[in-house]
Design a protein around this ligand. Structure first.
Ligand code: GLA
Length: 384
């Protein structure tokens, strides 16, 4: 009898939080991974995807929780094959998608792919409208684990109809595939995304590597928090961290806010050559733990005062994640009363700084200096 095994099984069964489900469904927490689009656009090929999978492991991204390696637009050949199936570009992906899936799986990672609920993708390549059954079957045969389903060339047919058709086709394959709806917030997908099998849905148009773009998307998340939860996440679009057009401080704010929003954490930079400072941001385990908190409650805007904002997210253990955001161009100090975070001021509280890795005791309020275009992020919890 293997007593160690029995002991570990007992710990696993009884040492866990009883409210937490034993077997996690797909996308039980926001998906984490990488996607080719933000950094590479259509300049993608098989070596890039393989090298990215290698880098995801060697950089520590996999250990930090990233698992999906997602190929965006431009993987497919200009036309379908003689049988009417999607096929990969013969020059850039000569060995096909299955070979890449095998490679990615051998590293303990998962493969994502892209198509559009239209006649053509946004880059004019063949897409899946009216080919849902055949395409989903191919994706499953190839070992695809995640589908990002875009919205270009939609023939003006209703979103719900088009996104339902692919969901039905994916389900029919029997393969668990994360279904990511990318209709840019049209027709309020947060209201119907779950009902068509969506596990995440884009809430806005595309992000770009600019502070104003990131903040513009942030502003559009206000009020959507009620729609997000386990296996159905609001998606404010992929990360731009490390792509070069924002400062380190701005990327820290971007990553902190996306974690507070329970956003899918899909890195969009070149993992093969990322700097230590980019890796430091993307692999901050305390910040990732906020995003991945299994309670799955999205954070929301608590307070705005001129260029400063306070965002807070309830964690499953009763603590709160808090982001103090300085949208202005000069450093400032931001504070929030504990009562405004929903805490009883008579209790003792402490704040863990998730970027400085320090702890401070709190009395009536949380206060911190915050750089221009920057954020500070804390966990506030009871007890000293
Ligand atoms: C749309 C999507 C982007 C990306 C491109 C690819 O713009 O929103 O995320 O997938 O298409 O063409």
């Amino acid at each position: 009898m293997n007593y160690t095994f029995i002991f570990l099984a007992l710990v696993a069964a009884f040492g866990r939080d009883p409210a937490r489900p034993l077997i996690a469904p797909l996308a039980a927490t926001p998906p984490m991974g990488w996607n080719s689009w933000n950094r590479f656009g259509c300049k993608i090929d098989e070596p890039l995807i393989r090298e990215t999978a290698d880098a995801m492991v060697s950089s520590g991204m996999k250990a930090a929780g990233y698992q999906y390696v997602n190929i965006d637009d431009c993987w497919m050949a200009k036309e379908r094959d003689a049988q009417g199936n999607l096929q990969s570009d013969p020059v850039r992906f000569p060995h096909g998608i299955k070979a890449i899936a095998d490679y990615v799986h051998a590293k303990g990672l998962k493969l994502g792919i892209y198509s559009s609920a239209g006649t053509r993708t946004c880059e004019g390549l063949p897409a899946s409208l009216d080919h849902e059954v055949a395409d989903a079957k191919k994706f499953a045969e190839w070992g695809v684990d995640y589908l990002k389903y875009d919205n270009c060339n939609d023939e003006k047919r209703p979103d719900i109809e088009r996104y339902t058709a692919m969901n039905t086709a994916l389900k029919a394959t029997g393969r668990p595939i994360v279904y990511s709806l990318c209709n840019w917030g049209h027709e309020k997908p947060w209201e119907w995304g779950r009902s068509v099998g969506g596990m995440l849905w884009r809430t806005t148009g595309d992000i770009s590597d600019k502070w104003t773009s990131m903040i513009g998307i942030l502003d559009k998340q206000v009020g959507l928090e009620q729609y997000s939860g386990p296996s159905g996440w609001n998606d404010p679009d992929m990360l731009e961290v490390g792509n070069g057009q924002m400062s380190f401080t701005e990327y820290v704010a971007h990553f902190s806010l996306w974690a507070l929003l329970n956003a899918p954490l899909i890195a969009g930079n070149d993992l093969r050559s990322m700097s230590d400072s980019t890796r430091y941001i993307l692999t901050n385990k305390a910040v990732i733990a906020v995003d991945q908190d299994w309670g799955g409650q999205q954070g929301s805007l608590v307070h705005t005062d001129g260029n400063t904002q306070v965002w807070a997210k309830p964690m499953h253990d009763g603590s709160k994640a808090v982001v103090l955001l300085n949208r202005g161009t000069t450093p400032t100090s931001i504070s929030i009363q504990l009562a405004d975070l929903g805490f009883t001021p008579s209790t003792k509280y402490q704040a863990l700084d998730l970027w400085a890795h320090t702890v401070q005791q709190l009395d009536q309020m949380l206060q911190s200096g915050v750089p221009a275009h920057g954020a500070a992020m804390f966990i506030v919890k009871g007890g000293r």
